[in-house]
Design a binder for this molecule. Structure first.
Ligand SMILES: NC(=O)c1ccc[n+]([C@@H]2O[C@H](COP(=O)([O-])OP(=O)(O)OC[C@H]3O[C@@H](n4cnc5c(N)ncnc54)[C@H](OP(=O)(O)O)[C@@H]3O)[C@@H](O)[C@H]2O)c1
Length: 315
């Protein structure tokens, strides 16, 4: 079983490396090995390695910058996954790809289903949506997971920004009218591996249990976010509270009560964000029998990891 991972240096890519490394022959590539804006480089790597599974954890994720770098965002978010899917199909391989809540305009009043119509508001959202279509149309054995508000102990994300700002700002304005589920990379990797095992693509402990083995593989598009929902303001308050509980707040000058809720209109950003980023989890739970933890569990776990990393740095 050969697995090829694109995006090894990103938040999600980094989370995959120790997990895949234990069970397979695999190659992980980052920007230095393959510029995703160049379709030929993608083709060469895939044709040389001949993977059984391609995992695409890469993307152009600078949401506001994408409004100015439209062509680069298109190459990385639309062309690259489309080329990966074409090559996967040629080899009879499977492809795993990730997409986003930003494919929606957020006007729906309840969580989005996989079947809801997409209306992206931004270049990032449009290029990711077209990337989904490119994967879907070009490779039969595809898994596309739509996720939201991704965070981990590594890389740049909202949780780490809040921890950093807590040490320098006594008050902080945070948006409280956009709703979604902060989703840890750990949760995404676990659910992805379960889906691949259930589809009989990768070996794992599930395979040993005949009751769990799925007779027919299930491919397609799935929402994959943490359980529960919150807004950015409540999320920030939770991070500060839990970090303080864990003894990580010795240099904090910010407290939860000094995080001020504001509406999105008071925090203009180049790319508009959906107000409703909630994604329904019924399909993925039913199909792959995965347990999806609450977003707070993911925050707690990543805070523990950050605390551990800080202790090592300070030792
Ligand atoms: N972050 C979120 O909040 C969020 C929310 C919803 C969905 N998603 C989706 O989840 C997936 C994983 O996101 P993430 O947060 O892990 O992203 P990330 O941390 O920004 O990682 C993306 C990776 O893609 C690489 N990349 C970008 N342009 C490239 C190029 N031209 N050539 C080669 N590599 C390139 C980056 O390389 P460098 O490290 O060299 O820059 C980076 O390592 C993506 O599909 C994303 O759209 C993310």
């Amino acid at each position: 079983m050969k697995i090829l991972l694109f995006g090894k240096d990103g938040q999600l890519g980094r989370e995959f490396i120790p997990v895949i490394g234990t069970c397979s022959e695999f190659l992980s590539v980052g920007r230095a090995e393959c510029d995703l804006a160049d379709e030929e480089q993608i083709q060469v790597i895939i044709q040389q390695f001949k993977p059984d599974v391609i995992i695409n954890a890469s993307a152009y994720t600078a949401v506001d910058q994408a409004e100015k770098e439209v062509e680069l965002a298109r190459l990385v978010n639309t062309q690259a996954p489309t080329v990966m899917a074409q090559e996967a199909q040629r080899l009879g391989a499977a492809i795993v790809h990730y997409s986003t809540d930003y494919v929606f305009d957020g006007r729906k009043q309840s969580p989005y289903f996989e079947t809801d119509e997409c209306h992206p508001l931004s270049v990032y959202g449009s290029t990711k949506y077209l990337g989904e279509l490119g994967v879907e149309k070009n490779c039969q054995r595809h898994l596309i997971f739509r996720t939201s508000w991704v965070f981990s102990a590594h890389g740049s994300n909202f949780l780490k920004t809040i921890l950093r700002l807590a040490a320098s700002k006594e008050t902080l304005n945070v948006i409280d009218d956009q709703w979604g589920a902060p989703t840890s990379t750990g949760l995404i990797v676990k659910a992805t591996m379960t889906a691949l095992q259930r589809n009989g693509v990768v070996k794992g402990e599930l395979e040993a249990n005949a009751q769990n083995a799925s007779r027919t593989a299930n491919w397609g598009l799935f929402n994959l976010v943490a359980s529960g929902e919150t807004n950015w303001h409540a999320y920030a308050q939770y991070v500060i509270q839990r970090a303080t509980d864990l003894g990580m707040g010795s240099d904090f000058v910010l407290t939860g009560s000094k995080i001020i809720p504001i509406p999105s209109k008071d925090y203009p950003q180049l790319a508009p964000r959906p107000f409703n980023s909630r994604l329904d989890l019924l399909k993925i739970k039913d199909t792959f029998d995965v347990k999806i933890a609450d977003w707070r569990e993911g925050v707690d776990e990543e805070l523990e990891k950050i605390k551990h990393m800080q202790a090592i740095e300070n030792a």
